[in-house]
Design a protein around this ligand. Sequence first.
Ligand code: MN3
Length: 205
Amino acid sequence: MSTVSKVYELPKLGFELSALEPVITAEMMDFHYNKHHNTYTQNLNNLLKQYDDAEKANNIEKMTTLLNPIKFNGGGYINHKIFWESLAPKDQGGGSPPTGKFAEAIKKDFGSFENLIDKLSAKSIAVQGSGWGWLGWNKDFGRLEITTTFNQDLLTNFGLDPLLCIDVWEHAYYIKYKNARANFVKDIWQIINWPGIENKYNSLI
Ligand code: MN3
């Protein structure tokens, strides 16, 4: 991580803050993207700068204490980027079912598209505390898998390439859904960017 030169920027969204309404309101997007995601991004940059300074000073103790915060904020930066890519307004393909080889793979690995949605919903709702629900690609076994991760852990740490994620941290839904995480997860399928996820799948296989 020496000679840090890159400054990470809040990734551009492919849609307006209000475009995912009514599932995710403009206010929810404003807080989630402009506040939460932006904070992870700024924290990551600050931490990488501190790490760079500590490394130049040969301060291994300081470097070591920075690793967990970097993992957390770097994970927050990356996971939210994948989350925004997982979503699309209806007029940009949000909610329209997968097609082609991707649809065939879903049928092979989960029995049906509906079963994938049911299983991933159940796992995401059941996350204890803060975390994420995922659809990923297991390249070693050539199959799709669903799983969950805690806090800001990365899916790639578990050997899967990310295709789709659902943020089930309370900050993702509390403004509108209050404590009802299950209702948020039930509604989110209306704005899942299946065409974009299918493109990712096709680039991985
Ligand atoms: Mn979040």
